[in-house]
Design a protein around this ligand. Sequence first.
Ligand code: AHR
Length: 682
Amino acid sequence: MKKTSVLRLIALLLVCRTANAWADPATITIDLNKPGAQISPLLYGIFFEDINRSADGGLYAEMVQNRSFEDFNLPMGWTLLNEGGGAVTMELDKTQPLNDQNPTCLRLDITRVGSGGRAGLINQGYKGVSTGTKDPVVISFTTDSPDSPPPDWMQRFADAQQKPENGMNVEQGKTYLLSFYARLNSDFTGPLTASLEKQDGTVLASQEVACSGVGWKKYEAKLVAAASDQDARFVLSAKTTGTVWLDMVSLFPADTFNQRPNGLRADLMQMLVALHPAFVRFPGGSFGEGYRLSEAFRWKETIGDPAQRPGQWNIWGYRASNGLGYFEYLQMCEDLKAEPLFVINCGMAEKDSVDPKDLDPWIQDALDAIDFANGPVTSPWGARRAAAGHPAPFNLKLMELGNENGMGYSWGGGTAAEYALRYNPLYQKVKAAYPDLKTISTAPIQKPPLNAPVETVDEHYYPTAEWFEDHAAMYDAYDRSGPKIYVGEYATKKGAGNGNLNAALGEAAFMTGMERNSDLVIMSSYAPLFVNPEWRDWNPNLIVFDSSRVYGTPSYYNQMLFATNRPDVVLPLDLQLPQAGGTNPHKPLYAVAGKKNDTGEIILKVVNITGQPQDTAIQLNGGAANFNASATVLTSASPNDENSFDHPTQVAPKDIALGAVTSPFHYAFAPYSITVLHLKAP
Ligand code: AHR
């Protein structure tokens, strides 16, 4: 019998037993005629950070790793192809760059091609590992100096080139858009052949590109795949000798989400669509701060021609191309029908900060970012947005002034006083120019030198599931006279495996408290959003992917349950627990109820963190007594259960039709479960 059917049978049996005697049931009483706080429409959003290869090699659909040869001072990600006994070498070259923002290119010297052979370059896609270093890496190892062995990550990077994970995902019948810049030496006349191949060299798609002329020239070609392979490689080769310089070697599937050029992976975007996020916080956390200011996210360097974007060293151990830049983030939010929330760097990195007297350029960045998003096409930055293909404003309403600044150095962001000295002028100038923009501060700074208002504070939590459970009522007693709260980053970090049901249970318990207090807690977002496991720098995460596969963790489905079942108004709920039994010091059940204004539907969310079914008598007062009921249940046999590439929906919600119920009725909340009960008056 399928698990859904078993659940349905148990639920039905229990619903039908309303007349029976029950040993110590819990009771839930809901007042239908005393609606409480409005639930913020922005309560459930998402937080995208370029971490764990979430952007390049992830959501950003570029298939070529190190396309601009800027990632390291060695051509990491590229290897030589030499078929037929020829002679070919490559080296990074800065002598005649493509442009100032992109100072390094690759020089390919083919001095001999064996008969019937070919020589050139191979790119394996995003096979590799994080360096684990917060500062940019300069590789000092050379074969002449055996005393300085290569860093450990280089061996793991090389090992990853042999693994199938993160090879290029080529799908039969699909089109792949190639572009690259080449500069030809007089001894090279081409042509170059671009191909997608299996690892054994079987060609999946191939296109000859005629080359000519002097100086840098852009070449484009379409590759149409005759067959599929999830571990394909890209090859650029020649059958003739000579020297050619290459840069910005880029390959995208034509089928990006909404067919956007320079766009996003459709399968990963579909995972986000299913979450129905009310907003998207971007581009990070620590990524936006940078370890040092020199590596902070400066949005003006992330717009326009991708070949002109300098990129930045990412604090999470690899270089970010920022091909997914400010414009693409805004477009992504629009495509998701979600409000954009831009986290602007306030002049503070994790290790250094701009002197407050030199803050003006950083403040100007914030003002110009708003102009870029919202200004008319005649404004300086509105014109740049229009030139990028989006004359209509994006309507940016939310901006966070920094990230984790002022939460102390243990969070990597400086003291509250240091933050206040930068927050004050940033807030004042942004609000003076854009009074309607809603700002978010990163720490509860409410004393001198703070002298600017704090509208909303971003709180971050990464504890155990038990901490979340024990703090589920935390906001019930919060001061309502202070700023609103945005829980901008939270996740069960300890005892979470690689994202297990236990983690989701803790988060769900806490979320019942956020929803109940949504007059105060107006926004929330789980963190981080994505992980490519080969590049994992943080654990756990909401969505797991490699170049061809994707699945959501139980926490992903929990987020989906809350976001797609957000009522408009809280209904008062009284939860009485049976006599405490056993040794578990944590409450077994957590609950919140609300009502949808348009349909009148009552939505009751209940989290059972125990391994026993929790029989509960549910009573609805002050309104209808008869309902059509259904339940959506996220559960599994063990709290340690996880999803995986092989079993992507082992822990996923199941719908159960319960039929007609009359208040009061009984329902047994399944062991280790998050349940959404839908009650509709007929
Ligand atoms: O979500 C991962 C990191 O946690 C974020 O980059 C940072 O803001 C927080 O410390």
